[in-house]
Ligand binder design. Structure first.
Ligand SMILES: CC(C)(COP(=O)(O)OP(=O)(O)OC[C@H]1O[C@@H](n2cnc3c(N)ncnc32)[C@H](O)[C@@H]1OP(=O)(O)O)[C@@H](O)C(=O)NCCC(=O)NCCS
Length: 174
């Protein structure tokens, strides 16, 4: 990969079709109408990485006056582990800071993405256990990632949830 051909920037409306392809492959299946609606509310929080002009990674979210929420981040599989996801996340954080919001929160599905967020300075603050129909079965505060790993096993044994996700946050320097 030639890094000189790599660019990370805010998305334009004309990028949304390519955005939806990546989003539906790795994250959520939104309709074009839902995507346009969300994009129009938070255009500065829809960011992408482009390699030689082609969209290869996305990050997006929402914000209120006190914090932003990262709703999704994904990089095309063939380009994983080259720092692109971290660069996208850092760009998303800069955008958040630019809005005067200095905290980012997220819910992280089970799997290696946990390590990705911890490596990027996110602090696991609680666990949320959910049933298959999406009901929240338990919310458990945690001290850090290792405490969360232990407590997650206990929640799995005791509640047999469909999933236990880490809620993480990062405070940004203004
Ligand atoms: C999560 C994702 C965006 C990471 O993108 P990426 O460009 O590969 O991330 P980076 O190269 O910046 O990784 C930074 C660090 O995160 C950790 N990490 C990333 N992917 C990892 C993996 N598969 N296994 C273990 N650690 C991983 C590593 O510590 C890595 O640093 P290193 O390569 O120096 O060891 C990418 O894997 C992805 O698109 N996954 C599918 C969608 C998804 O799960 N999104 C998160 C939803 S909660």
């Amino acid at each position: 990969m030639d890094r000189k051909l790599l660019e990370t920037r805010v998305l334009l409306e004309s990028d949304l079709e390519a955005f939806r392809e990546i989003q539906s492959e790795y994250l959520d299946k939104w309709t074009p109408a839902l995507l346009r609606e969300q994009f129009s509310k938070f255009p500065s929080l829809y960011v992408g990485s482009f390699l030689n002009g082609a969209l290869i990674g996305i990050a997006y979210g929402t914000a209120d006056s006190s914090s932003a929420t990262l709703q999704g981040i994904a990089v095309k599989f063939s380009l994983w582990r080259k720092g692109i996801g971290s660069a996208l996340l850092s760009f998303f954080e800069q955008q958040t800071n630019g809005m005067g919001v200095h905290k980012v929160g997220l819910g992280c599905g089970e799997g290696f993405a946990e390590q990705f967020y911890v490596k990027n300075g996110y602090r696991p603050v609680e666990l949320k256990a959910r049933s298959a129909d999406g009901r929240v079965l338990a919310v458990e505060p945690i001290r850090d990632y290792s405490d969360g790993l232990v407590k997650r096993e206990r929640l799995r044994r005791e509640l047999h949830p469909s999933e236990v996700i880490f809620i993480m946050e990062k405070r940004l320097d203004p």
